[in-house]
Design a protein around this ligand. Structure first.
Ligand code: PCA
Length: 199
């Protein structure tokens, strides 16, 4: 019996951030293989594009109906890992995405609910990260850029098409505050804890 699929995504570069540590973390996790015996690990680096990243997230959730989907993004202005609690149905891009799009005051999905709460066990994620010696906190806003749009889309799609999926989002600080190696250990521990948590 398979214990199900785990999907972990990161993002490529955007704006002034020519390197995105979340892409490196995702590649390292892929190289390490499934964190839980019997599970299948699917990883992907999404383009920082509202249209393409949200379309791909819809596909990932509906194709795999994963037991856990954890998306990662870079929060350039934060100093510690933050586990997001909510995705909101609003976009207000400070800078253009990689397709040159800069939507302002638009919904992520027309007619969608105002917000979706993350369905991962946020406390378990915090404890797992801290257990590796890495500081982590909760966050009540994933921003209004592509990361929030991807979190909202994952939760929105799961609610409609994959009700067993637990989905959430973790923002990583820049590498001057957390090395890729430490971030990989912390995220790996979070994924293992969340994938084995009781649904
Ligand atoms: N961070 C951006 C988008 C891609 C990324 O890694 C954000 O926080 O929205």
């Amino acid at each position: 019996m398979t214990a199900g699929t785990i999907v972990v995504t990161g993002f490529g570069p955007f704006g002034p951030h020519t390197e995105n540590p979340t892409a490196d973390v995702v590649r390292e996790l892929a190289a390490a293989g499934p964190p839980v015996d019997g599970t299948q690990l699917v990883t992907e680096v999404l383009p920082t594009s509202f249209a393409r990243a949200t379309a791909r997230m819809r596909e990932l959730v509906s194709t795999h109906a994963p037991r856990l989907l954890l998306a990662l993004g870079l929060a350039a202005d934060r100093t510690v890992i933050s586990v997001e609690r909510v995705g909101v149905n609003l976009v207000d891009a400070r800078i253009p995405d990689v397709d040159g799009e800069q939507p302002v005051d638009e919904p992520v999905r027309d007619g969608g609910p105002d917000a979706h709460l993350a369905t991962i066990d946020v406390r378990a994620a915090l404890a797992a990260a801290r257990g590796t010696g890495v500081e982590a906190t909760t966050s009540a806003s994933a921003g209004l850029y592509v990361c929030n749009a991807v979190l909202y889309t994952a939760l929105d799609t799961a609610r409609a098409h994959a009700p067993g999926t637990r989905a959430g989002f973790v923002h990583l600080p820049p590498t001057e505050h957390l090395s890729v190696g430490d971030a990989t250990r912390a995220v790996g521990a979070m994924v293992a804890a969340l994938a084995t948590a009781k649904l």
